[in-house]
Design a protein around this ligand. Structure first.
Ligand SMILES: [Zn+2]
Length: 379
């Protein structure tokens, strides 16, 4: 993540802190100054917050190490003022694995709490109602309390929070993954609305968390459904076979001509018969209005040479196209260009899959150029 300072690399995982974290520390110092705390008390407050975030990092490492057991790498762990974020390269799809990865974070907080028990006097637990009230005598008991709260809060079944992922994993034993996700996401969104309403009256922090959960649930339910619909298909199944390419040396007028001649809106740009980039309708119009019809395609195109072999699984290719912000990609059979994978076509492909899934009928799709082969779309 940009705007983040790297703290170190632990177990191959980059640990970074977002710059806004400095604002949080500044705010702690500010509210201490406002109530007239001594420098020593201010330091205890800051130390307490740093220790809480230390526990948050350990929580994220819980997820990361559990994921590692299943061969999933974690790129980084980032600290934000609202909590930690572990970016795993993928999510485990087997319910049992997801259950273990999701539960590992809160388990770390319970372990920390267990380690702190010998240092905790029960009368000091949950006693601090403001950060300015922390001092040497109640620091550890309250760190104990914080870890209990972190474990319980994260285990609320509000997908995509940990508890919500546990819920999806449990549902996954009975339902298909995208259905399990849809149920978990609906429950998560209902809870998030509760957070937002509660937050409006009591704590604005909950409003942020509520919005974060609501949007997160929506996005993940959508992408899980899309990925499910793509499973067992290759890029060849979704590619277009009838398309035009442009040469990067050509003037923008030749792109305009192609745009006017047919239905295509996105084009592959080639350089010496190798992919060099892509050009879409907006880029063509922009180049035409700003630089004129004789300007070069090379200057207007999105430079990216991402291409796929025909047997690449569709659900692998699609996220890579998204990551590269590429709207169309060339498909090869060895070194021969045989098709193009267009974002809009992928979405149409998914919509057709959804429709056949709903109607629950076997549907046959006959690829136009190899009529001897019949692809069963619905399995
Ligand atoms: Zn977690």
């Amino acid at each position: 993540m940009k705007n983040s300072l790297q703290l170190g690399i632990i177990g191959g995982i980059k640990v970074t802190v977002h710059w806004t974290f400095v604002l949080l520390i500044g705010w702690i110092v500010f509210i201490n100054l406002r109530v007239g705390s001594t420098a020593e008390n201010t330091l205890w407050s800051v130390l307490f917050v740093l220790l809480i975030f230390g526990c948050v990092v350990l929580h994220e490492f819980g997820h990361a190490f559990a994921a590692k057991r299943f061969g999933i790498k974690t790129r980084s762990i980032t600290l934000l003022p609202i909590g930690g974020l572990a970016s795993l390269e993928s999510m485990p799809e087997k319910p049992k694995q997801e259950l273990i990865v999701a539960i590992a974070g809160p388990v770390v907080n319970l372990l920390i709490a267990a380690i702190l028990i010998p240092f905790v006097n029960p009368s000091d637990v949950f006693t601090v109602d403001s950060i300015v009230a922390v001092h040497s005598g109640n620091l550890l008991p309250n760190l104990f309390s914080v870890n209990i709260v972190l474990a319980v809060f994260n285990m609320l079944p509000a997908f995509p929070m940990d508890g919500g992922r546990v819920l999806r994993a449990l549902l996954g034993f009975k339902f298909k993954r995208h259905i399990a996700t849809r149920i978990a996401a609906s429950i998560g969104q209902a809870i998030s609305v509760g957070f937002i309403l509660l937050g409006l009256f009591y704590n604005p922090f909950l409003v942020f968390i509520g919005i974060f959960i609501f949007l997160g649930a929506q996005a993940e339910a959508g992408s899980t459904r899309t990925q499910f619909m793509m499973a067992n298909f290759t890029v060849r199944d979704a590619m277009i076979r009838d398309f035009h390419t442009l040469d990067y040396n050509d003037p923008i007028s030749s792109a305009v001509q192609l745009l006017l001649n047919g239905q295509e809106k996105n084009f592959l740009v080639m350089q010496n018969e190798k992919p060099a980039g892509t050009l879409d309708r907006n880029q063509i119009i922009k180049a035409l209005s700003e630089k004129g019809k004789d300007s070069k395609i090379e200057d207007a195109m999105h430079k990216s040479a991402l291409s796929f072999q025909q047997n690449t699984p569709l659900k692998e290719a699609w996220p890579r196209m998204q990551m590269n912000r590429q709207i169309i990609a060339p498909i090869y059979d060895g070194s021969k260009l045989i098709g193009a994978l267009d974002n809009e076509n992928i979405l149409e492909f998914v919509m057709i899959r959804e429709a056949t899934e709903k109607s629950n009928v076997r549907q046959l799709i006959v690829p136009p150029d190899d009529s001897d082969k019949v692809k069963i779309l619905y399995k």
